[in-house]
Design a protein around this ligand. Structure first.
Ligand SMILES: *Cc1c(COP(=O)(O)O)cnc(C)c1O
Length: 353
């Protein structure tokens, strides 16, 4: 730390992203990326002319991509905000709406806590109930901003949209942010509530289900008033937050919906198969509506399992938080990758039990 840093950031603890190894040949099941490439037309979307056009600024209103998303999801352009990864829009949302404090689950996306600290807002952690279940009643009538990842990470569990509606109804005076980063893998979106609740903001990303984590593209749905607030912050920070290439990839992606539906179905099928195999090996597997599994096994230490897989060139996620230290989060890869993961797991179990 230099002696020039503003005092308010002295104790800020930055978010630590999952490991992104430079070495090749690892089976990477640690940061919930897609094992499949973007659609062929997306892979072909950038030619030399597109690169040459980089001399020009991108469209600060991202109008063409907003139009495509609006048509696709049956909303208006004024209901959509676009960002450099959904992390950026989460940041703007906390900045804009967190002044009276923010509440979120004790076990959820780690960035929520960081954004609270960054903006100097009070964060309140609400413990998940038995079995990591989120009880919607814990979030009703709190009078502060509510943030819920639905489905949740790293648990993979979700709540139905009627419960989200109860939370919206009881918190009319504050914003409710539903982070739907994983919703395409079987969760229930609350998008149909958008017209009726001005306090609803839904965050989405192209990173997981649209196979575009490295492209950095997030989108949100909200009332025109809430979206205008986010735009105000964006235009006060970085009007050109999305580059020309990413915008183009995003447009092509929305056009290729059929391809992505196939990808989601494949991943969900592999997920359910892998869950069954793990249960046969004695693992507890939380029911997942995401592209990852949250697992533990009696007598198997979460960190040791992570390390033993690592030495077999398979990367998964383990956590230091005491409540989930014995768990591992495993991203769903291709069928062949999951077979390799299970084979390594059998070897590890053979050596320890
Ligand atoms: C991955 C993830 C995000 C962020 O994704 P971006 O790559 O920044 O779009 C947001 N929320 C949750 C719950 C996530 O798991």
């Amino acid at each position: 730390m230099s002696r020039y840093l503003a005092q308010r950031y002295a104790s800020l603890q930055a978010y630590v992203p999952g490991e992104q190894p430079r070495e090749k040949g690892l089976i990477k099941l640690n940061t919930n990326e897609s094992p499949y490439p973007p659609a062929p037309e997306v892979c072909r979307a950038i030619d030399a002319a597109e690169v040459a056009d980089l001399r020009l600024y991108s469209d600060p209103t991202s109008s063409a991509l907003k139009e495509k998303l609006a048509n696709h999801y049956g909303v208006k352009k004024e209901n959509i905000f676009l960002s450099n990864g959904s992390d950026e829009l989460l940041n703007f949302a906390f900045q804009a709406f967190g002044e009276r404090g923010v509440c979120f689950a004790d076990i959820t996306y780690g960035f929520y806590q960081v954004y609270c600290q960054l903006h100097g807002w009070q964060g309140q952690k609400i413990p998940l109930r038995e079995g990591f279940q989120l009880d919607y009643r814990d979030y009703c009538g709190l009078g502060k901003m509510v943030v819920i990842a639905n489905p949740n990470a790293p648990t993979g569990l979700s709540i139905p949209s009627w419960q989200v509606e109860k939370i919206l109804k009881s918190n009319e005076g504050s914003l409710v942010l539903i982070d739907e980063a994983y919703v395409d893998f079987g969760g229930e979106s609350c998008l149909s509530l958008l017209d009726r609740y001005e306090n609803l903001l839904i965050s989405r990303t192209f990173s997981k289900s649209r196979c575009l984590a490295g492209g950095r593209l997030g989108y949100a749905f909200g009332s025109p008033e809430v979206i205008a607030d986010l735009e105000k912050l964006k235009f006060s920070t970085n009007p050109y937050n999305l580059d020309r290439l990413t915008l183009r990839l995003g447009e092509k992606t929305v056009e290729a919906e059929d391809y992505y539906r196939d990808v989601w179905n494949k991943i969900m099928k592999t997920r359910d198969w892998t869950a069954g195999q793990l249960e046969n090996l004695g693992f507890q597997v939380l029911p997942s509506q995401t592209n990852f599994l949250f697992i533990r096994r009696e007598g198997l230490d979460g960190k040791a399992f992570y390390q033993q897989l690592r030495s077999r060139r398979i990367l998964v996620r383990h956590f230091e938080d005491s409540r989930i230290r014995q768990f591992n989060r495993v991203t769903i890869g291709t069928q062949a990758q999951m077979e390799a993961f299970l084979e390594a797991t059998r070897q590890i179990l053979g050596g320890t039990v």
